[in-house]
Design a protein around this ligand. Structure first.
Ligand SMILES: Cc1ncc(COP(=O)(O)O)c(C=O)c1O
Length: 391
């Protein structure tokens, strides 16, 4: 389809192309110096004063799986996560053999995981909380940190949506980068994300023991890397853990490094676009723009622009009308408990998701990307208003 306004827009620059070409021409394609430089730059971008350990990986799904393995999550354990997320968040838990316990959203204005529901769903088997910074909006990390402390739980942040966004960590509104607040944070560089490597991800921790474990299990549990042997620093290796091959490669790390150099500027443009949407959609009867009245908690990295359609509106008719006006829309997300596989799985607990169930048929995602203009936003808003008037 030739969209007038697509849902997201990938703009690669000459620098991106040059960086990938230089990696290809270097004759070294598996994880090497470009990956190390990407990890170092990402760590500094997250927190220049106290950079965390960062490991670039093949995608965020792998990052989530590694995080849970590193924390020792396995069969019999329970991990609490929101039902309103991408399926990978839940699947990473299922790969370990642990049970997924789904939690509700906070309110019609805040679609992140409800901290009170997390608290209510803790059992002696709960091992970790897996909050998702939905749309790049911080979860209530102050409450979640408190719950984790009281119950001795780990926190893995799914920060696929919010690279370089900050969230509050205490009542004084001290900010830290999302993904560095819990025990381990996971990032996605999938093609439609705020920065991309095509497929790619990063797993981040401040804990040196967890870092060592993550370093090992990313590459087969081996004590030396192919790069170390190539450089003559090592001749052999031992295998000291059951690891995986979850590595990224040099062309993608090079693209990541190039993309990272523009991420803060693009995140600022996204915030401006969202501000235009908030203004343009403020007077639509019955429509809610979640998070519209929430203060920023530091740097922002907004990824998608979800809205809650007025009650009783036929969503598909609205999507068709917008499509006919050249505007692409999507749905983030169909909740985990409504999928055939997860709905039937005895390892997925789906009680107490009333608010998610109420909101689900009304969820719609509008286009959001850095190059959208105020006039584009007005076009989308006008098309939505016309669609609602006809729905
Ligand atoms: C919230 C969330 N978690 C995890 C993932 C998985 O990321 P990846 O595609 O890099 O594996 C995504 C990807 O879209 C996501 O949106």
């Amino acid at each position: 389809m030739n969209w007038k306004i697509p849902l997201s827009d990938l703009r690669l620059t000459q620098e991106d192309r040059d960086a990938v070409m230089a990696a290809l021409e270097s004759n070294w394609l598996t994880m090497g110096e470009r990956t190390q430089n990407f990890e170092k730059a990402f760590a500094t971008a997250l927190d220049p004063e106290n950079p965390p350990y960062c490991f670039a990986v093949g995608n965020c799904t792998l990052a989530l799986h590694m995080a849970l393995v590193a924390l020792g999550v396995g069969p019999g354990d329970e991990v609490i996560l929101p039902s309103l997320t991408f399926v990978a968040t839940a699947n990473a838990v299922l790969y370990t053999g642990a049970t997924v316990v789904l939690a509700d959203v906070t309110s019609p204005e805040d679609w992140t995981i409800c901290a009170n529901d997390v608290r209510a769903k803790i059992t002696p088997r709960t091992k970790a909380i897996l909050p998702v910074h939905y749309a790049g909006q911080p979860c209530d990390m102050v409450a979640l940190l408190q719950i984790a402390k009281e119950h001795n739980l780990a926190i893995v942040e799914d920060n696929a949506h919010g690279p370089l966004a900050d969230g509050w960590i205490d009542a004084n509104h001290t900010s830290r980068a999302l993904g560095t607040i819990g025990d381990i944070g996971c990032f996605s560089f999938f093609s439609n994300k705020n920065m991309t490597t095509g497929e790619g991800g990063m797993v981040v921790t401040r804990n040196p023991q967890l870092a060592e474990k993550l370093r090992l299990i990313r590459a087969h549990g081996m004590t030396t890397l192919t790069m170390d042997r190539h450089k003559g620093h090592a001749f052999s290796y031992d295998v000291v853990d059951l690891g995986f091959n979850y590595r990224i490669d040099e062309p993608r790390a090079a693209l990541g490094l190039s993309q990272l150099s523009r991420l803060s500027a693009n995140n600022a443009l996204r915030a401006q676009v969202v501000a235009w949407y908030n203004k343009a959609l403020a007077d639509v009867p019955g429509l809610t723009v979640p998070f519209a009245h929430r203060p920023a908690q530091g740097r922002q990295a907004l990824h998608i622009l979800p809205v809650l359609l007025p009650e009783g509106v036929a969503r598909e008719a609205v999507q068709i009308a917008l499509r006919d006006a050249g505007v692409q829309t999507s749905i983030h997300y169909r909740p985990i408990h409504t999928f055939t596989y997860h709905g039937a799985s005895p390892l997925v607990q789906k009680d107490g998701l009333e608010l998610t169930d109420i909101l689900t048929p009304r969820i719609l995602t509008l286009p959001l990307y850095p190059s959208l203009t105020e006039a584009d936003v007005q076009t989308v808003a006008n098309a939505l208003k016309a669609a609602l008037a006809g729905a």
